[in-house]
Design a binder for this molecule. Structure first.
Ligand SMILES: *[C@@H]1O[C@H](CO)[C@@H](O)[C@H](O)[C@H]1NC(C)=O
Ligand SMILES: *[C@@H]1O[C@H](CO)[C@@H](O)[C@H](O)[C@H]1NC(C)=O
Ligand SMILES: *[C@@H]1O[C@H](CO)[C@@H](O)[C@H](O)[C@H]1NC(C)=O
Ligand SMILES: *[C@@H]1O[C@H](CO)[C@@H](O)[C@H](O)[C@H]1NC(C)=O
Ligand SMILES: *[C@@H]1O[C@H](CO)[C@@H](O)[C@H](O)[C@H]1NC(C)=O
Length: 454
């Protein structure tokens, strides 16, 4: 028994030594980070059929939902910002403009069967990033980045719903979609994040007021999507007037509120600024749950250790990494706490990018020191974002109107006629797994225990 264990441990170590080369990543060298990011981006886009013959721009296709494509193009906007490499700009602009929908507000008719506020927001947030980093503007006859972000805000703000729970956004937009009674943190968090950033970019305080209102709702003790310890829970059911929580914690929920709070800190003064500083710091402290004890490697704690992350969840670490890095710019007091976490995670992610024929395919579990055999858009995107985030000190912070911004806005963008959803009620089978959350999470809502989803 002993011998067998020892022998297999040695054999395992030999195998690991052989395959653990992975991406070369020297965090002291910006060029090394850029090269690694390029390899991870190439790996992600190897899954993209959108610009091939018969491909639809902006769609990765099954099993990737529409929202994740918005997230992926957001990652490529970041990629250009961090590296200056324009290789993916054209395909990104093409996709971002192809998916705007008839009213130029990221509600394309093709997606209405599963269009949640969060799904729409991931595209809107990508457009917001494009404005903030001064990504090259679309042609003048096309919708502009800032206007697209405003369009998403303009569509979501009237969906603020006081029929129950005294406020908040529902997860789903259309009543015929499953999840219509669910009020989740990511939908409200994306709205908060987008509103805060629109306020910072345009200097229009109406956006900041909405961000504050959204925070006040999610953190209200009777709702507690964010609790007194700054843990961010998945969601709550409005049929029960938001009295029963699904307590699962996802990394992207912490991240989306972290950057929003940091932006509010940046945009306020005096006592309000102190309050947002404390909230930002507390969210950051609470996000430590997503870093493995001792080694500080980013981990999707609700599903990764058990190997149960679904396709959506495999991408969540990308957004925590992305938003942590952006936080260091608008709330510099977080810098020295965040950067070591991004460094250890990037180094571990690079080791995981050692699979496939080329030996650069990225895996899901960064804590193993090698590739774990998993592969997909989410795995590639997470590695890409966490590695390129280490370039944050080499780039400047977000621009704004009158402060280097080059994107043209439109305060009433996106408020054209309402998008028509399909007339017939869609079946459960159609809907299975649609949106960001899985049926399993809804089971979790009923059970009210986060470990049910593991
Ligand atoms: C698709 O986009 C990629 C990245 O921009 C590019 O390298 C490739 O040539 C494009 N393919 C086609 C068929 O346009
Ligand atoms: C919507 O679906 C049709 C049919 O597949 C396709 O031709 C069209 O390009 C799609 N539009 C968008 C915006 O994805
Ligand atoms: C529903 O919840 C809100 C927010 O906690 C509360 O203000 C309201 O009184 C509740 N309504 C009912 C009918 O319990
Ligand atoms: C500020 O934004 C709000 C919300 O979109 C809009 O109604 C208002 O007209 C804007 N104000 C200015 C001065 O642009
Ligand atoms: C707000 O953000 C800007 C841009 O990154 C930064 O230069 C400035 O120091 C921040 N303000 C505060 C109060 O931290």
């Amino acid at each position: 028994m002993r011998l067998r264990t020892g022998a297999s441990a040695i054999f395992g170590a030999l195998l690991a030594a052989q395959s653990a080369s992975g991406l070369q990543l020297d965090l002291q060298s910006p060029q090394s980070i850029k090269t690694a990011a390029r390899t991870a981006a190439d790996g992600m886009m190897a899954f993209y059929p959108g610009n091939l013959t018969n491909g639809i721009p902006g769609l990765f296709g099954d099993p990737y939902y529409w929202w994740e494509a918005g997230a992926a193009f957001g990652a490529l906007i970041d990629y250009w910002y961090y590296t200056g490499d324009t290789s993916y700009n054209e395909v990104t602009t093409q996709a971002m403009l192809f998916q705007v929908g008839d009213n130029q507000n990221y509600e394309p008719t093709n997606q209405s069967k599963s269009l949640g506020n969060d799904d729409q927001a991931f595209w809107g947030i990508a457009a917001m990033s494009a404005a903030e980093v001064a990504f090259p503007n679309p042609p003048p006859d096309k919708p502009q980045w800032l206007a697209l972000a405003q369009a998403v805000f303009n569509r979501q703000q009237p969906r603020w719903n006081t029929d129950s729970c005294a406020g908040g956004l529902k997860w789903q937009i259309f009543s015929f979609n499953n999840g219509y009674t669910y009020r989740n943190s990511i939908s409200n968090g994306c709205f908060f994040n987008l509103a805060a950033r629109l306020g910072a970019y345009t200097h229009n305080t109406t956006y900041l007021d909405w961000a504050e209102k959204t925070w006040d709702w999610v953190a209200n003790p009777s709702i507690s999507l964010i609790n007194e310890n700054y843990q961010v829970f998945d969601g709550t059911d409005d049929v029960k007037n938001c009295t029963s929580l699904n307590h699962v914690q996802w990394s992207y929920n912490s991240g989306v509120f972290l950057l929003g709070a940091a932006t509010m800190y940046n945009q306020t003064t005096g006592a309000k600024q102190e309050l947002w500083k404390q909230r930002t710091q507390s969210l950051l402290d609470a996000s430590q749950v997503f870093f493995s004890r001792g080694s500080n490697i980013m981990t999707e704690v609700a599903c990764e250790p058990s190997g149960n992350c679904n396709v959506d969840q495999r991408s969540f670490k990308a957004y925590l990494g992305r938003w942590m890095a952006a936080t260091t710019k608008v709330a510099p007091f977080t810098h020295d706490q965040i950067m070591p976490l991004l460094a250890t995670s990037a180094q571990a992610a690079a080791l995981s990018c050692s699979g496939g024929a080329a030996g650069t395919t990225c895996g899901m579990r960064w804590t193993t020191g090698s590739w774990d055999g998993q592969t997909g858009v989410g795995e590639q995107m997470s590695a890409l974002e966490v590695m390129q985030s280490n370039l944050i000190d080499t780039v400047s912070g977000p621009v704004s109107q009158g402060g280097g911004g080059i994107s043209k806005g439109d305060v009433s963008a996106g408020t054209g006629a309402t998008v028509q959803g399909p007339v017939e009620r869609i079946t459960t089978a159609d809907k299975a797994g649609a949106g960001i959350l899985t049926a399993l999470v809804l089971v979790g809502v009923l059970g009210g225990t986060w470990w049910l989803v593991r």
